[in-house]
Design a protein around this ligand. Structure first.
Ligand code: URA
Length: 211
C-alpha cells in the first residue's frame, strides 16, 4: 500500500528550515509534504514541480490555490478528466476522473526552486507511487524538472529523452507513455511560453490514449 511521505520525512535540511519559517509565519497552512490527489487506480499520472507556498503548501492538495491549478484544473474538467467545482480548497466538490496528480518534490521549496538533491531525496516516493498504480498508462510531466524526475524515477538517465512541449516518449521498459508539457505556471502563461489553448491540446491528446 502506497503511503505519502509524512511529517516524519526529514531528508531535506533546506526544505525543513523553510517549513519551520512557514509554520511561524502561516500557522494555519498545511506546511508539510503535500499528498497526491486522485485514485491510484487512474491510468494517468500528472507530475508537477513542487507545491507553491500559498497554494498546495497551504491546502495540502497539489496545484490547489496555486495559479498553475487555475490552468490545470479547468482543462482536466473540459476534457472529461474531472467533475465538480474547483474552488481552490481541498474539500471542494472537484473530483478527478482517471487522473492522479503528484509532484517531483512534495515539500514547498524557497522561490519555487528545487535542487537536484531534493529531487533525489523525494524520488523513492515517486517510484513507490508509480509502482502502486496498476493501470498506469501515461505520465504527463509539467515542465522539464518533472520530465527529469520521472525519467530518473524509472531508472533512465535524465537525458534519455529530450524535453519538448507536446513530445510523446514511449518508455518500453515500463510500457508507459511519457508526455511533456510546459508547466502551467504564471510565468509561462504571462510570457506566452504556454497558452491555455496549447495546454488544452495536451489534455485533449490524453483522451485519445485513455478513452
Ligand atoms: N506547482 C506545481 O508544480 N505543483 C503544485 O502542487 C503547485 C504548483
Amino acid at each position: 500500500m502506497f503511503k505519502c511521505p509524512s511529517f516524519e520525512c526529514l531528508k531535506c535540511p533546506r526544505l525543513l528550515e523553510f517549513r519551520e519559517q512557514n509554520k511561524a509565519k502561516f500557522p494555519n497552512y498545511h506546511n508539510g509534504p503535500v499528498e497526491s490527489f486522485g485514485s491510484l487506480e487512474a491510468e494517468i499520472l500528472v507530475v508537477g514541480l513542487a507545491p507553491g507556498l500559498n497554494g498546495a503548501n497551504q491546502t495540502n492538495r497539489p496545484f490547489t490555490n496555486d495559479y498553475a491549478g487555475d490552468i490545470l484544473y479547468p482543462a482536466l474538467k473540459k476534457f472529461g478528466f474531472a467533475k465538480g467545482e474547483y474552488q481552490k480548497v481541498k474539500n471542494d466538490s472537484y473530483e478527478l476522473i482517471n487522473v492522479r496528480i503528484t509532484n517531483s518534490v512534495r515539500c514547498v521549496p524557497p522561490q519555487n526552486k528545487v535542487t537536484s538533491e531534493e529531487i533525489k531525496a523525494c524520488r523513492p516516493y515517486l517510484q513507490a507511487e508509480i509502482s502502486a498504480m496498476p493501470n498506469l498508462k501515461v505520465i504527463l510531466c509539467l515542465g522539464s524538472v518533472a520530465h527529469g524526475a520521472v525519467l530518473q524515477a524509472l531508472n533512465y538517465k535524465k537525458s534519455a529523452c529530450k524535453f519538448a512541449h507536446g513530445a510523446k516518449h514511449f518508455l518500453s521498459n515500463h510500457n508507459l507513455i511519457l508526455i511533456d508539457s510546459y508547466h502551467t505556471s504564471r510565468y509561462n502563461i504571462n510570457t506566452g511560453v504556454l497558452t491555455v489553448d496549447m495546454f488544452d491540446k495536451i489534455v485533449e491528446n490524453l483522451t485519445e490514449i485513455c478513452k
